[in-house]
Design a protein around this ligand. Structure first.
Ligand SMILES: N=CN[C@@H](CCC(=O)O)C(=O)O
Ligand SMILES: [Zn+2]
Length: 403
């Protein structure tokens, strides 16, 4: 079964050549993109959709979320808006509510959040554990997450539960808790920050998880300059996320990590993606991550929602893209790239065609997964020009119409 989507005013491919095609068309066949190019040259297909002069871009790749949770933190948000500052301690409130929730409720809540994201154009999603914080509840969160999203990250090292010795808890995270979550996860993460995990504890967690075959990522430099970025690069993490407070050395180390990779061919050894989370920065009243500076230095950047009940209760990638353009000074093309190809790069899913056994996400090319986002607008520029407007018109996820 093939579908021709034609009369596309602007097709922003985010492929390696950065092609933006005018008056374009795409053919989807099953889960893959079978053809794309000028509408005049489009081949016939079983079915046709008239885009009516709208823009099409890759579906968003949201590479950083925390969707498996129960409970509410409205009061904490209100206190913050009244002048309180964010601290990691709020995680314990969500931990209590999450532990109390039934499997059914936790699954239903996570699924509802996924469907909110998909209805706004997100077609590939990562989510983390991190609100269970004991063996039973971390394993349960990982299992539930694996049924609702594409990529699952183990974040047992999110907070040391109250009354627990930090080093003993770190041992648990590196040992029996890791064994319990291992069947469900591809990634591991650690909150390397004052009030959460020290550099030494973070290193232990990341090394143990890496030895267990997991890819690694880091929450770093969110609340102040710290060791997160340099630890992430040293250990070969796929991404370091937040990156609000960076020294010039941090930026240089991140840039250096990409020196063996070619952006023109997408080949070579990947470095550590710097993932900016602008909605979180606004909701915690932190300075915005220096996305412009990172791009100018040659760092590969991703944008993600960080949807979670504490610091960023939104899965709107469009909001993050608009903020990155309006306030972080990325161009629309750069911001959309960071929210599609950049997220895929952070999840090691940016490459793969028909013969590779895995299809690339986050960019549009023949053989890639047919993840498309059609805007109710003639160009992607409208994402920043009309911030806050409901611009998602249609979504295809792995070739299936999802909205
Ligand atoms: N910074 C650490 N973890 C989350 C927030 C978790 C929470 O407060 O519930 C984040 O990415 O911002
Ligand atoms: Zn996070």
């Amino acid at each position: 079964m093939s579908t021709l989507i034609t009369n596309i005013a602007e097709l922003m491919t985010q492929d390696l050549e950065h092609r933006v095609l005018k008056n374009a068309a795409v053919v989807i066949e099953g889960e893959r993109i079978a053809w794309l190019g000028s509408a005049e040259d489009a081949p016939a297909a079983d079915d046709a959709v008239d885009a009516g002069g709208r823009a099409v871009l890759p579906g968003w790749v949201d590479s950083h979320t925390h969707l498996v949770f129960a409970g509410d933190r409205t009061a904490e948000f209100e206190a913050r808006m009244a002048g309180e500052s964010y601290s990691a301690g709020g995680i314990a409130v969500t931990m209590d509510a999450t532990r109390r929730a039934s499997d059914f409720d936790l699954t239903r809540l996570a699924m509802a959040r996924v469907s909110e994201a998909v209805s706004q154009g997100t077609t590939y999603l990562e989510t983390k554990t991190g609100y269970g914080l004991d063996i039973e509840h971390e394993a349960r969160s990982a299992r539930i997450a694996s049924t609702v999203v594409d990529e699952v990250t183990y974040l047992g090292a999110h907070l040391v539960p109250l009354g627990t010795d930090a080093d003993a808890y770190t041992d648990l995270v590196c040992g029996p808790m890791l064994d319990a979550v291992r069947p469900y996860v591809r990634w591991a993460d650690v909150f390397c920050e004052e009030g959460a995990f020290t550099a030494e504890q973070s290193r232990r967690v990341l090394e143990a998880c890496r030895a267990a075959g997991l890819g690694i990522r880091v929450h770093g430099n969110q609340l102040g300059e710290g060791p997160g970025v340099q630890l992430a690069v040293e250990l070969g993490a796929a991404s370091v996320d937040h990156v609000n407070y960076l020294s010039s050395r941090d930026v240089a180390v991140l840039a250096e990590s990409w020196s063996g990779w070619s952006p023109d061919t997408g080949s070579g050894s990947r470095g550590t993606v710097a993932t900016c989370l602008p909605a979180c920065d606004l909701s915690t009243r932190q300075p915005l991550a220096p996305g412009r500076e990172l791009l100018d230095a040659g760092v590969q950047v991703a944008l993600a929602s960080n949807c979670n009940p504490g610091t960023s209760y939104t899965s709107s990638m469009a909001f993050n893209v608009a903020t990155a353009v309006l306030q972080m000074r990325l161009s629309v093309h750069e911001a959309v790239r960071a929210a599609t190809y950049g997220g895929a790069l952070a999840l090691h899913r940016e490459a793969g065609h028909d013969a590779d056994g895995v299809r690339a996400v986050g960019s549009l090319a023949v053989g890639h997964r047919a993840d498309l986002h059609m805007l109710n607008a003639p160009s992607a520029t409208h994402l920043a020009y009309r911030p806050g407007m409901p611009l998602t018109y249609a979504v295809w996820r792995a070739g299936v119409r999802a909205r």
